[in-house]
Write a protein that binds this ligand. Structure first.
Ligand SMILES: *Cc1c(COP(=O)(O)O)cnc(C)c1O
Length: 370
């Protein structure tokens, strides 16, 4: 019995081999490898794809988010010690981006059905030092940006989106990356839009912010060898940009296939011990980066599925506030977040899955009992 992998990048990229090789050759032969026409082209194409005015290519997703907050500090919009509201159950990068520049992450519990920041809990977490909300579109589902941006506007807060898992998700007719004051994307190879290495981008319709991020990603320099700020080196390189330009036009169809797989799982997995995620009212609000089920006996379910040749993963086993790196950093308790981390299991998901593989995953899950 062959193994069904959680994600098969080799299989996905095999279909685009010729186009990827052509892009590689174009960059190789150009003799220009950092900040050139490919990055400019990708920035233009990705901004248009999201419906944002500007896109700035950077080294990875963590840097994209960090550079946004760093830019707000440089502009004086935020000062060190200011607070930013972040979901307690997210990948640690969201929280690192805030703490790395001397801002204080304030952890807020998620909504049990969506795993995303619960708008009903945001206002109670706002203090006189709060300056921003970092909304994470976790597992591929757009957070409730209508309510989040409404609260932010009323309370005078910036909204930053972590779009690392949700390229192409659309909330109320507008894509993620075009809702907040700024957004960070990751193109890590496993993301819905993935490069063949590390890559990331900031999107925004704030021209001054875009220009600050552009300067900070390149040593704080607007003019060669003149440094206005103490910047970073975090540039999207020409090769990754050229490869992403091959992948971007395929993203819509790949997300549609992910949605088909999710629909099949939702319609045919029937196991009283396994709690399924919900299809959002607006189907386009979810691009199914991950298909995450909950089970009180998660580790036993995972072991059983492995025996059946179905690979699964846990996103994520330890919440950020329980990580060694943040020991003693946060006060409070986040029982919902902890329950989620103890119970979640990610089934195979991706555009590479065949109908037969999806059916095998379903019968394996349905065949398990406590
Ligand atoms: C992957 C990811 C990031 C970080 O992206 P990198 O490119 O790996 O730095 C940030 N936030 C979330 C939610 C992610 O899944």
């Amino acid at each position: 019995m062959s193994l069904i992998p959680c994600l098969d990048l080799k299989e996905i990229n095999r279909h685009h081999r010729d186009a990827l090789l052509a892009a590689f050759t174009r960059v190789l032969d150009s003799g220009w490898y950092v900040l050139g026409v490919e990055v400019e082209g990708f920035e233009r194409e990705f901004a248009a794809w999201c419906g944002a005015a500007q896109c700035v290519g950077v080294g990875n997703g963590l840097d994209a988010l960090t550079l946004i907050f760093r830019a707000y500090l440089q502009q004086g919009v935020m000062v060190q010690g200011d607070e930013v509201i972040v979901p307690a159950n997210t990948y640690i990068a969201s929280i690192l981006a805030v703490s790395a520049v001397g801002l204080r992450p304030v952890l807020v519990e998620p909504h049990g059905a969506t795993f995303n920041l619960d708008p009903a809990r945001i206002e109670a977490a706002i203090t006189p030092r709060t300056r921003g909300i970092l909304a994470v579109h976790l597992y591929g589902q757009a957070a409730d940006m209508t309510r989040i941006t409404e609260i932010a506007r009323r309370r005078g807060l910036k909204v930053v989106e972590d779009c690392a898992q949700a390229h192409g998700a659309v909330h109320a007719g507008r894509a993620v990356g075009a809702w907040g004051d700024a957004a960070g994307f990751s193109f890590y190879p496993t993301k819905n839009l993935g490069a063949l290495g590390d890559a990331g981008a900031v999107t925004t319709s704030d021209a001054a912010l875009a220009s600050m991020v552009r300067t900070l990603r390149n040593y704080g320099s607007e003019k060669k060898y003149q440094n206005r700020y103490q910047g970073f080196n975090s540039r999207l390189d020409e090769l990754q940009a050229a490869l992403l330009r091959v992948r971007l036009p395929l993203l819509g169809a790949e997300n549609a296939r992910r949605r088909e797989v999710a629909t099949r799982y939702l319609e045919t997995i029937r196991n009283p011990w396994v709690r399924l995620p919900e299809m959002p009212v607006e189907a386009e609000a979810h691009v199914w980066h991950l298909f995450v089920v909950r089970c009180a006996e998660r580790d036993r379910l995972q072991a059983y599925l492995a025996e059946q040749g179905v690979q699964t993963m846990v996103h994520y086993p330890i919440p950020p506030h329980r990580q060694e790196a943040y020991r003693g950093a946060f006060e409070g308790s986040w029982p919902l977040t902890e329950a989620i981390h103890a119970e979640v299991l990610s089934l195979p998901m991706g555009p590479h899955l065949t109908d037969a593989e999806v059916a095998r995953v379903v019968s394996a899950v349905n065949g398990w009992g406590v």
